[in-house]
Ligand binder design. Structure first.
Ligand SMILES: Nc1ccn([C@@H]2O[C@H](COP(=O)(O)OP(=O)(O)OP(=O)(O)O)[C@@H](O)[C@H]2O)c(=O)n1
Ligand SMILES: O=C(CO)[C@H](O)[C@H](O)COP(=O)(O)O
Length: 435
């Protein structure tokens, strides 16, 4: 079978950089030269997340089995032009951070100890590059500073920030203000309000020539270290560098309150649901169903491949969702092999994979012992692969010669498949649903 593709017209963005795109393509889109100088990143992650109100600091809270900080690291680490990511954590979380680095195979990370305030933590991070004997942290030309709790940062913006920092000495992302900023009196009355259109919210990432921001931090007062919240201000105050400001997307927001964790999870799930690969058995009916399903899943980018092409793993890198269609009687053959392959290449290391096994029944099935055995094997496999971050679900569909009835069943199959992919609900794995 030929590989077929259909694209959705209004494909959402990829705010977390969860999908593969390379820097050169971004640079081409921006019409600027690719970065050809060393760039490093400092991620302050030494806070306690008081406003979140959880015992675990927010950067270590897990979303889909992975700590938030790992998503942020990944957004930078995947870019070939970023050399090192320095992560600054409180001393008591040093080992926890090293475990995260190992578990999720982060290869560019150096972990350093934080300070009592964000500015102190950032300064500690910058100092890691001043030790010229450490080959893991060579001094960069440009350093990007980014809060560890802002997991969604696209490479296009990082390129703009980096190139502007190289040109101007400093650059930072901004957003329009949502609310008006007012000053209050000590008694809690309105003192005055600012003209909202004149002001912007300062967000992250921010980029700097390393020498400028390091010099600025070396001159910082105790007051700056204790109460300052703005790195761009330090570059201006101590080095006379006016930052270039670049408007970023709303997804740059900082995870601060509990509800922000739910919002971050929703964004990650939405991004992971943008594409799927349908693997069809050799039978004509399975191929036909695969094509109809592909047409129905028009909001996703879908590929249809035949079981025969399954051994070619090229399709794996394109998606985190797999729909395996087989005929009843052929058992769920193919599914265990496919899942094993995911394990071998570590495909589920960063994101949970969804595998929907669709069993097409051509005749009315009687509940016999063969079917029960198959179901038991399916449930066993689902529970086993869940440990490896693969979410395996089953859907049975009875073929009907009555067109309206068949259409309704395929529509139900589509809806259940979309719901399983979007929700990525670990509690429902191993269930055999009926369309
Ligand atoms: N001593 C500190 C304080 C904060 N940060 C980091 O700075 C970033 C932005 O700070 P904020 O959102 O204020 O985090 P917390 O200080 O943890 O949150 P809260 O103010 O609610 O306690 C976070 O990644 C945080 O971990 C840091 O590295 N060292
Ligand atoms: O807003 C910012 C940019 O200027 C910083 O990201 C930072 O969040 C402010 O620090 P804090 O919340 O720790 O006081």
């Amino acid at each position: 079978m030929q590989q077929e593709r259909c694209s959705s017209s209004d494909r959402p963005l990829d705010p977390g950089g969860l999908l593969t795109r390379d820097a050169e393509r971004s640079a081409a889109r921006l019409g600027c030269a690719a970065v050809d100088f060393p760039v490093a990143v400092v991620l302050p992650a030494g806070g306690s997340g008081e406003r979140m109100g959880l015992p675990t600091p927010k950067q270590f809270c897990t979303i889909l089995n992975r700590p938030l900080i790992s998503y942020t690291i990944q957004a930078f680490e995947r870019l070939s032009w970023i050399v090192t990511v320095v992560v600054v954590v409180a001393t008591e979380n040093h080992d926890l951070m090293l475990n995260i680095v190992r578990k999720f195979n982060h290869t560019k990370v150096k972990v350093v100890h934080g300070g009592t305030t964000r500015h102190r933590s950032i300064f500690n991070g910058l100092q890691a590059f001043s030790n010229t004997t450490d080959s893991l942290t060579p001094k960069p030309k440009v350093v990007i500073i980014h809060d560890a709790v802002r997991p969604f940062v696209e490479e296009d913006l990082l390129l703009k920030i980096t190139l502007a920092a190289k040109e101007q000495g400093a650059s930072g992302a901004i957003r329009p203000l949502v609310s008006t900023v007012i000053a209050t009196t000590s008694e809690g009355y309105l003192d005055h309000s600012l003209e909202r259109a004149k002001y912007r919210a300062s967000e992250m990432p921010q980029g700097f020539l390393y020498d400028i921001i390091f010099q600025a931090y070396q001159q910082c007062s105790e007051f700056d270290f204790e109460f300052g919240t703005e790195c761009l201000h330090l570059a201006l105050q101590y080095c006379g560098t006016n930052a270039k400001l670049i408007e970023g997307p709303p997804t740059l927001w900082k995870v601060t309150y509990k509800r922000d964790l739910a919002a971050a999870e929703a964004i990650i799930k939405e991004t992971l649901s943008m594409s799927a690969c349908i693997i069809a058995g050799a039978e004509a009916e399975a191929v036909e169903l695969a094509k109809t399903l592909q047409k129905n899943l028009n909001m996703m980018e879908t590929d249809v491949i035949s079981c025969a092409k399954e051994s070619n793993t090229e399709y794996l890198s394109k998606t985190r969702n797999f729909i395996h269609i087989s005929m009843s009687g052929s058992s769920f053959s193919g599914v265990p092999e496919m899942v094993k392959r995911f394990e071998d290449i570590g495909h589920a290391r960063l994101y949970p994979l969804v595998v929907v096994w669709v069993q097409l029944n051509m005749t009315k099935q009687s509940v016999d012992s063969q079917k029960t055995d198959e179901l038991t094997a399916f449930m066993g496999l689902a529970s086993e692969v869940k440990q490896g971050n693969v979410l395996l679900y089953g859907i049975e569909i009875d073929h009907s010669k009555v067109p309206e009835q068949w259409e309704r069943s395929v529509e139900r199959l589509t809806q259940i498949t979309v719901a399983l992919i979007r929700d990525r609900n670990a509690a429902l794995t191993g269930q055999l649903l009926h369309a």
